[in-house]
Design a protein around this ligand. Structure first.
Ligand code: B12
Length: 210
């Protein structure tokens, strides 16, 4: 749809000042929020990633695209939200140590929140000890979610899951992992309970897990 294409182009080009109005216009034109998110914004980030791999764009372009996407998601958030806040229990989420990518993690957090979870977001570059102390301070946590976007931070994800699996109260919470390089097989190998390839799936899996 035309509105979605415009959102795609504005995110791809990192046009932060125009993106909010374009997302709102697409919503007003009746485009499904999930279509604006997936076919507009996430597809644009994929395109930027491919161009980065091909050496056609560099880190600054990825950064401005990320900024534009964040502004777009802010507009979309109320339209994606549903459910009663906090009713399903507590979730801890963070991007693992050494990894600064947070757009996917933020989307997962947003979908979990809108599915009725109370989300404790530890941000990016999260040391496994911070996951541990947060879990100890919140023994009623239902799910710990870890994100990794780089092949080079998959070992940190593995170590974080190993630490979680060593916790004395391990049976009281589930571990869910995700991020572009993560697969179901990797999740099984490292001993995580759940994996989802996207934010909507993460929320569905989380609801089924509690
Ligand atoms: C934007 C971006 C950046 C931005 C991040 C800004 C930010 N605030 O997040 C900046 C510029 C900082 C950046 C830096 C780097 N980046 Co970068 N970046 C990207 C890019 C273009 C988009 C990522 C993104 O936001 N995607 C959109 C979101 C919505 O998708 P997502 O993150 O995959 O999340 C979805 C799923 O994975 C899942 N999910 C995510 N987390 C979780 C967690 C759970 C629990 C679950 C269930 C699901 C889940 O749900 C999400 C929503 O559906 C990707 C390319 C790509 N296609 O992914 C490269 C990419 C990830 N980056 C890459 C690289 C190489 C780097 C740098 C090393 C570059 C450099 N030389 O400095 C640095 C590393 C910095 C660091 N230490 O982290 C490579 C990684 C290659 C690899 N295999 O490891 C990619 C793939 C680009 C490429 N094609 O080469 N990057």
């Amino acid at each position: 749809m035309a509105g979605t294409q415009e959102v795609f182009e504005l995110v791809e080009k990192g046009r932060s000042r125009q993106i909010a109005a374009a997302v709102q216009a697409a919503v007003d034109a009746g485009v499904e929020p999930s279509v604006i998110l997936n076919d507009g914004m996430i597809a644009a980030m994929d395109s930027v990633g491919k161009k980065f791999s091909a050496g056609e764009v560099f880190v600054p372009e990825m950064l401005v695209a990320a900024k534009a996407m964040k502004k777009g998601v802010d507009v979309l958030k109320p339209y994606l939200a549903e459910g009663e806040a906090g009713a399903n229990g507590k979730v801890i989420i963070g991007t693992v140590q050494g990894d600064l990518h947070d757009i996917g993690k933020n989307l997962v957090a947003m979908m979990l929140e809108s599915s009725g979870f109370e989300v404790i977001d530890l941000g990016v570059d999260v040391d496994k000890n911070l996951f541990q102390t947060t879990l100890q301070e919140n023994p009623d946590t239902k799910i710990v979610c870890c994100s990794a976007l780089l092949t080079t931070t998959m070992p940190a994800l593995k170590e974080t899951v190993a630490m979680l699996n060593d916790q004395p109260n391990r049976k009281d919470f589930s571990v869910m992992i995700g991020g572009a390089p993560i697969t179901d097989d990797f999740a099984k190998d490292v001993g995580a309970d759940y994996y989802s390839p996207d934010a909507a799936g993460a929320a569905q899996t989380a609801k089924a897990a509690v």
